[in-house]
Design a binder for this molecule. Structure first.
Ligand SMILES: C[S@@+](CC[C@H](N)C(=O)[O-])C[C@H]1O[C@@H](n2cnc3c(N)ncnc32)[C@H](O)[C@@H]1O
Length: 337
């Protein structure tokens, strides 16, 4: 079993993070970027640019949830104290875990990740642990959490159905799970990639996403999970009141037009612009993954550059968009076997 390390102790320099704790290393260099050492499936970087990308996603989700970091019956589930426990799986910097604590003064949160990149000054009720959430048995007692949140972690999970069953085990009856995953299929002019004949559509953009999905499949990640979250929760028999919805980014009606990053003059960031900035950081972040799976550097650079060309100077004939898949559900009374 992997060692669990609690890192809730405050630190003076909030920008610092730990390269090693108690002599144990958590990072390695991979093709010019810092990545994690614990989980060979997760090949996205764990460095400052990646932290910035997660922060953009966090802000984007707040847009989608009308300023909040949750949807569904969160307040109802957390309301009756004296204290409540929430878990954030794949917490990243820990924004969600910290902000939930700040909003609900009686809630204790635990954030889990494979790298120690979390805020070092956090509320006393917030703690972080470092371990791999692919673990067969998560190190918690049955039914001990009131709420479990997992956002944008699919690319590090080898067996998502098992992951959901573990969530069902450690959630109390009536407890709430909130899963959020960005779709891995792209859209142009409201049509999915596969509706375009070979050679048509924004080719650079689509080729990058095809390559990304193939790499994830090679790493054992099921790229169809985002659009199947509801079905996967239903399949366990452990959940009820399962609600799912899909946010299109940007929304077709958004004032900036329907294209990603179509900047408007008002100085107001829209969902599309946040997504554009996040994609701007994602494209170079994929290079270590492409190369570590055997792609030559020149080919990786070409794929990324062609996608950047579509993103930066995209032909206005193609309005790019993607989906954010969101599902929440309550744990039912079924026993865990
Ligand atoms: C894209 S970031 C999202 C961070 C955060 N959930 C958010 O939405 O802002 C994915 C995070 O999941 C973590 N992660 C990926 N696979 C993991 C695993 N198997 N166990 C624990 N953490 C994992 C990564 O280290 C990274 O910090």
């Amino acid at each position: 079993m992997l060692q669990r390390i609690c890192m809730s102790k405050p630190h003076e320099d909030d920008d610092d993070d730990y390269e090693s704790i108690e002599g144990r290393d958590f990072f390695r260099q991979m093709h010019g970027r810092r990545t994690n050492l614990l989980n060979p499936t997760y090949l996205l970087p764990a460095d400052d640019d990646e932290i910035q990308r997660s922060n953009l996603m966090h802000r984007l989700i707040r847009f989608i949830f009308s300023g909040r970091i949750y949807v569904g019956p969160t307040k109802e589930v957390l309301q009756f104290g004296p204290y409540r426990q929430a878990l954030d799986l794949g917490t990243g910097r820990g924004e969600w875990a910290v902000e939930l604590c700040e909003e609900f003064s009686w809630v204790f949160t635990t954030g889990v990740d494979i790298v120690p990149i979390q805020f070092l000054e956090v509320p006393e009720r917030c703690r972080f642990e470092i371990w791999d959430i692919n673990m067969r048995d998560m190190p918690y007692a049955d039914g001990c959490f009131d709420m479990i949140h997992a956002r944008a972690v699919l690319t590090g999970i080898r067996d998502y159905p098992h992951f959901i069953r573990q969530i069902g085990r450690i959630l109390r009856p009536g407890g709430l799970v909130l899963l959020i995953e960005p779709g891995l299929m792209q859209y142009a002019n409201n049509k999915p990639e596969d509706a375009y004949m070979f050679g048509s559509g924004p080719r650079g953009w689509f080729t990058l996403w095809e390559t990304y999905r193939s790499c994830l499949s090679m790493l054992g990640v099921d790229v169809t999970v985002p659009q199947r979250l509801k079905e996967l929760l239903e399949g366990t028999g452990l959940f009820e009141d399962i609600q799912d919805f899909k946010a299109t980014i940007p929304e077709p009606s958004e004032e900036s037009g329907t294209n990603l990053g179509a900047f408007i003059d008002k100085g107001v960031l829209t969902v599309g612009q946040l997504q554009w900035m996040a994609y701007d950081l994602l494209l170079p972040a994929l290079k270590p993954m492409f190369m570590s799976l055997g792609m030559l550097e020149a080919r990786a650079d070409r794929i990324i550059k062609d996608a950047q060309t579509d993103l930066y100077y995209g032909n206005s004939d193609f309005k790019l968009a993607s989906h954010m898949h969101i599902v929440h559900a309550r744990r039912n009374e079924t026993d865990w076997y």
